[in-house]
Write a protein that binds this ligand. Sequence first.
Ligand SMILES: C[S@@+](CC[C@H](N)C(=O)[O-])C[C@H]1O[C@@H](n2cnc3c(N)ncnc32)[C@H](O)[C@@H]1O
Length: 269
Amino acid sequence: MENHPPVRVERRPVSEEESRRANGPDWDRYADEYQATHGEFLGDAGFVWGPEGFTEAEAGVLGDVADRDVLEVGSGAGQCSRWIRSRGGRAYGLDLSFRQLQHSRRIDIDSGLSVPSVLGTATALPFADNSFDVVFSSFGALQFVSDIATAVAETARVLRPGGRYAFSITHPTRWMFPDDPGEEGLTASQSYWDRTPYVEVDDASGVVSYVEHHRTLGDWVGLLAGRGFVITDLLEPEWPDGHDRVWGGWSGVRGRLTPGTAIFGARLG
Ligand SMILES: C[S@@+](CC[C@H](N)C(=O)[O-])C[C@H]1O[C@@H](n2cnc3c(N)ncnc32)[C@H](O)[C@@H]1O
């Protein structure tokens, strides 16, 4: 929601196609600023699950990744996948934004650690059934997808039996609060149960330019269980002492009181 042309905010239903048509170009526009602002925090071959800085080395949600076939959905510049490659896993990236993938390629070349990546969407994974041992997203794709049932079904399809699925998202309880890192962001102002998407419409053209979707914790449990996943983890990282970084609506002011990130871990039964 940063670096946008003038927009008006609406709350209304949007289709999968409309979400994709908005968010692909939006991430293309935003990619340079995103990498300039957050690239150092992410680390070229680092794996953080969210603005709290909680790492996969601490979480261990994916298990041992060495010698595993791994897909990152919404991979951005591939930092997490590069961390997996540095530990002997065969990680591949997929992202909707060409510009994000150009940044991934730039870091591949600079670091000498390459993540083979493909332009695509979470709802139509261009891979054969049973291709991967692990699929994950670190704030990638899922909250931008309208047809989340298809995205979860696609993940189940490309995973091998017993495979792991893990993803981080904005903690669903954050939906109730304004996207403000300060005191203003501490007063609940909308219903947790209202799933009507957040939509930004370009003032000049009337075109939908950004979409975010919300699911409750219960929705996620139902989605995963309904596709044969056994939930193994729901991590809610605490805001660490001395961590004073502000990332959009995430800050110490809010993070010390209420969770900003939810990390689900699951195994395909
Ligand atoms: C917040 S970034 C996270 C990227 C990376 N994991 C990181 O930590 O920097 C979200 C990413 O999801 C991608 N994305 C959005 N919608 C998507 C979709 N439908 N399918 C695949 N990727 C998508 C965006 O292009 C963007 O690169």
